[in-house]
Design a protein around this ligand. Structure first.
Ligand SMILES: [Zn+2]
Length: 152
């Protein structure tokens, strides 16, 4: 789960470290089909990058009433079937909003990496910190690679 509080910290870290990757987002009810298509492509990219090929992961754009208040997304998985559904809060569709939605996808996919590990209330807190740090590192690295690739 990505909470607004954590994503804003995450955003601040990214902004300070590697330029704008994520930013705050106003929400709306649906995403443009082109945005959904882009995000599904990014889901495939990050799923491959995280070596989660064994999992079938579905992306759902969610309205604010579909998620716990104050959250930007969540993930539910079935370890036996190796299926998962990521819900990402829809946004107004600006470039920054879409980047935020991608951040949420990466965050939730990293939770999937921990799916087989035992959980306690304490470990959930530690997992959330680890997930945020790993997502931060991955997205910063990807941003740096993108920036480097467009230079002459
Ligand atoms: Zn989380």
């Amino acid at each position: 789960m990505v909470s607004r509080r954590r994503i804003f910290l995450f955003i601040t870290l990214l902004y300070a470290g590697a330029g704008l990757i994520c930013s705050g987002a106003e929400t709306s009810v649906t995403a443009h089909p082109a945005v959904e298509s882009y995000l599904r492509d990014r889901l495939t990219f990050w799923k491959d990058r995280l070596k989660l090929e064994a999992w079938s992961v579905t992306l759902t754009i969610a309205g604010p009433n579909d998620l716990r208040p104050g959250t930007l997304g969540n993930i539910h998985w079935d370890p036996d079937k190796k299926t998962a559904v990521i819900r990402v809060l829809s946004s107004a569709g600006t470039q920054d909003d879409i980047a935020d939605m991608e951040c949420t996808i990466v965050h939730e996919l990293i939770h999937l990496e921990f799916a087989s590990m035992p959980r306690t209330d304490e470990s959930r807190i530690a997992e959330e910190v680890a997930v945020n740090n790993i997502a931060d590192a991955l997205l910063q690295q990807q941003r740096l690679l993108k920036t480097a690739s467009i230079k002459p």
